[in-house]
Design a protein. Structure first.
Length: 168
């Protein structure tokens, strides 16, 4: 997955609309379904937990299905890209200890994965206005730059492929 520049204003606007749409859909759908089920199948004891739960489950599955159907729509482009980037970075983070150890021993693939992780994290944190951890990221990037200089390695994050992680 290649890193691309994301229009922050458009991303935030679309993400907020998707979030609010999901919240509204969940509230309206779950209440609507549960009220219909309660009206059709009343319980003399007044306990309708199972109908309420079924309403939430059916609505959640429906929202997930709708989101998956529209994930390639132009409106969802930035939202989907960021979601997929977060998944890619999560895969790297699960192997971070091994990657850092291998990078310190001169493994170019580990350095490439770390470089991609740092660049992707920087992009995400700028989109989310998460500047608190940018200093930590700069320290880690400086360590990686030192390793790249020590082992005379030049990296291009466009060369990163998820298959690199399989060896760690």
């Amino acid at each position: 997955m290649q890193l691309i520049d994301v229009n922050k204003a458009r991303y935030r606007k679309h993400l907020n609309r998707v979030i609010w749409g999901c919240i509204a859909g969940l509230a309206i759908g779950s209440l609507g379904i549960s009220q219909i089920l309660i009206a059709l199948f009343p319980d003399e004891s007044g306990r309708h937990f199972h109908w309420n739960l079924l309403g939430v489950l059916v609505t959640s599955v429906t929202i997930g299905y709708v989101l998956s159907q529209y994930r390639s729509h132009e409106f969802m482009r930035e939202v989907t890209y960021v979601w997929e980037l977060k998944q890619a970075l999560n895969k790297i983070n699960r192997k971070l200890v091994k990657l850092k150890q291998a990078a310190s021993q001169g493994n170019v693939d580990a350095m490439l994965a770390l470089q991609y992780s740092y660049a992707g994290s920087r992009l995400l944190w700028k989109l989310d206005d998460n500047t608190i951890v940018m200093e930590e990221l700069a320290v880690e990037q400086a360590k990686l730059d030192g390793l790249m200089a020590q082992y005379q390695v030049a990296l291009n994050i466009e060369d990163y492929n998820e298959q690199v992680l399989k060896s760690f």
